[in-house]
Write a protein that binds this ligand. Structure first.
Ligand SMILES: Cc1cc2nc3c(=O)[nH]c(=O)nc-3n(C[C@H](O)[C@H](O)[C@H](O)COP(=O)(O)OP(=O)(O)OC[C@H]3O[C@@H](n4cnc5c(N)ncnc54)[C@H](O)[C@@H]3O)c2cc1C
Length: 291
């Protein structure tokens, strides 16, 4: 390696960005380690770390070109696996704002496929690079920085043990009840559950306010309400948005689905299946080449 920048690069997350970053870094670092919370070896199906993986995905032309440039042979491997290539404009019926666009061949290739298929092939190529390895079933807990917080120098990670005990529960207001808080405490889990609906854009003063004095002899709910106002509590509570919110956000804003019409777990499950099915059909209609 002529231009080595360092001994080891650590890539946090083995999704699309992580895999491609690892491939690029492998040219400049003696070792590249990808850390992910999921099992990745030989996985060819949906996984918890990529909840949006169930939605229709397609690779746009420039993305496809970059993928193939970095991972030569990727396209042929996917075609051998049953993916049907097409033309980005000639094989796809595009609709924007309810308007159907005219179809003509653009010369830009497209590879419509499910996310697990794409990820499986990209992962196989990247993990075949000799100096890239993956650390599966490890949670990235936080970043490690220099004391002045100016440089990230590493990450704190934690092995996921099957059946291990969670330390903290982060949940929205819908899960709040005194009984839930008490049950968490009884199970040695520190709950951080919003006790009321929160405004979307708190002022800076509110955001950075110092923690109020801790109540003396608090009930479990009072103790939790205080923890939620401390800087550590706010930081932890903020983490809950990371994974599920973009998916729900898209369904709420693009599909306009703001609330359930039915009540009861079974009915809500049914309604949710219909919503996700409708969303997938909408995506597939836009992305899949027509027969
Ligand atoms: C509904 C939907 C449809 C989409 N359709 C398309 C499409 O058609 N075409 C397209 O190009 N893009 C599409 N996208 C966007 C695309 O999925 C994302 O841009 C892409 O997945 C982002 O890649 P990423 O690697 O940054 O994140 P992700 O793919 O989300 O990967 C993050 C990785 O980090 C891991 N991870 C996260 N937190 C931790 C932690 N604390 N500890 C350990 N591991 C962790 C996860 O397990 C996962 O492997 C779509 C997105 C959504 C939501």
């Amino acid at each position: 390696m002529d231009d080595q920048r360092g001994e080891r690069a650590v890539v946090l997350g083995g999704g699309m960005a992580g895999l491609l970053a690892a491939r690029v870094l492998s040219e400049r670092y003696a070792e590249v380690v990808i850390v992910d919370r999921d099992d990745l070896t030989d996985v060819a199906t949906y996984r918890n770390g990529v909840p949006h993986g169930r939605h229709a995905h397609g690779l746009v032309a420039k993305g496809h070109e970059i993928f193939e440039g970095l991972l030569p042979g990727l396209t042929q491997g996917m075609i051998n696996d049953g993916v049907r290539p097409g033309d980005f404009n000639g094989s796809i019926q595009w609709h924007f704002n309810g308007q159907r666009l005219a179809r003509s061949d653009s010369g830009l290739p497209c590879l419509p496929c499910g996310r697990p298929v794409l990820e499986k092939h990209v992962r196989q190529h990247v993990l075949a690079v000799p100096n890239v390895r993956v650390l599966e079933r490890h949670d990235i807990v936080s970043l490690a920085t220099t004391p002045d917080n100016k440089r990230v120098i590493g990450a704190r990670i934690q092995r996921r043990e099957q059946g291990s005990q969670p330390e903290t529960l982060l949940a929205d207001n819908g899960y709040f009840s005194a009984a839930n808080v008490t049950a968490c405490e009884a199970g040695n889990i520190a709950p951080l559950i919003a006790t009321g609906r929160q405004a979307h854009h708190p002022s800076l003063a509110e955001r950075f306010a110092a923690a109020p004095a801790a109540p003396s002899d608090p009930t479990p709910v009072q103790a939790m309400a205080h923890r939620l106002k401390t800087p550590e509590g706010k930081k932890l509570y903020g983490l809950r948005k990371q994974v599920p919110e973009p998916v729900f956000g898209i369904i709420k804003s693009v599909l306009g689905f703001r609330q359930f019409l039915l009540r009861g777990l079974d009915r809500v499950r049914g309604e949710w299946s219909l919503v996700t099915m409708a969303w997938n059909m909408k995506r597939m209609f836009a992305l899949c080449p027509s027969a």
